[in-house]
Design a protein around this ligand. Structure first.
Ligand code: G1P
Length: 295
């Protein structure tokens, strides 16, 4: 790239989804508030973004999502009562964001991920931005977005997460047509959302993106794609050949918390990794597995 590579300061979190896969849990609670051990999914994603150097958090939200806004606000009664009782505020102190962030915009209708991201266009403006899908929980050090930002600072353009999945699962995701491979970076030569029939590869996009603002101009003229929805993947595909475009393979663990089995696995893995509850959970899980083994 001859152009200077602009820093990524803003991150968009599409959180307007209905969460029908987790009913009845998500009937009156946003699916992004589902907890893994003791923290809601959205907080993991926001912390990942802040650790990666993001300064402006943008939520694309919808009706029935007020709990998300409250989570990142001051909880006056709670904090006052805890202070009066001499209790530590450590667990909630860092959640509150700086004044003016997050910004909330609404997606009035569930028209697809591309449409959700486009709803943030006025706040994103004319600069590169990240997108994080909070139901994809990523655990690694440095975290996934931080690794992507580091790769982006070398190659610029667009960088999306890339992860291998079994052939049987390619129809659930955005799939990359891979070009030249250089370490963890793979050149993207094509993109297809939820391919029917033979997929171009088994490299999927696990909900992490660094995108140039031109994708918003593509989304100004939306096209309905897979499932009749306005797909981010289709809009991104329009940028290939016009701008650098790479996939970045994450060095860490991924939990698909949009799926019940993945969500339980995340809870188990993160609980086992904890010093406070890990030993108790480990003993219990061992006993349970032994019982199952004995039939
Ligand atoms: C979305 C994206 C897809 C991506 C996936 C990751 O699909 O459209 O490209 O691979 O998230 O979880 P959804 O899960 O909303 O169907």
């Amino acid at each position: 790239m001859t152009d200077t590579i602009q820093r990524v300061r803003k991150a968009v979190f599409p959180v307007a989804g209905l969460g029908t896969r987790f009913l009845p849990a998500t009937k009156s609670m946003p699916k992004e508030m589902l907890t893994v051990v003791d923290k809601p999914l959205i907080q993991y994603a926001v912390e990942e973004a802040l650790e990666a150097g993001i300064e402006q958090i943008i939520f694309v939200t919808g009706r029935g999502k007020a709990a998300l806004e409250d989570h990142f606000d001051i909880s006056y009664e709670l904090e006052m009562t805890m202070r009066e009782r001499g209790k530590s505020l450590a667990a909630i102190e860092n959640i509150r964001q700086k004044p003016g962030s997050p910004v909330y915009v609404r997606q009035q209708e569930p028209l697809g991920l591309g449409h959700a991201v486009w709803c943030a266009r006025e706040i994103v403006g004319d600069e590169p931005f990240a997108v994080l899908l909070p139901d994809e929980l990523m655990v690694g050090s440095p975290n996934f977005l931080a690794q992507m930002v580091a790769a982006y600072s070398r190659v610029g353009g667009n960088v999306v997460g890339a992860l291998e999945v079994p052939d049987s699962e390619t129809d659930k995701y955005g799939i990359i047509s891979p070009g030249r491979v250089d370490g963890r970076l793979t050149e993207v030569t094509g993109l297809v959302e939820k391919p029917k029939g033979k997929a171009p590869s088994n490299l999927m996009i696990p909900g992490r993106y660094i995108l140039q603002p031109e994708v918003m101009r593509v989304l100004d003229n939306p096209v309905r794609g897979a499932g009749g929805e306005i797909q981010l993947t289709d809009a991104m595909a329009q940028l290939i050949g016009r701008q650098p475009f790479h996939g970045y393979t994450f060095n860490g663990a991924r939990y698909d918390c949009g799926d019940k089995a993945g969500y339980i696995q995340a809870n188990l893995a993160l609980a086992l990794a904890r010093d406070d509850i890990g030993p108790a959970v480990r003993d219990f899980a061992r006993g349970l597995l032994n019982d199952v083994g004995r039939g």
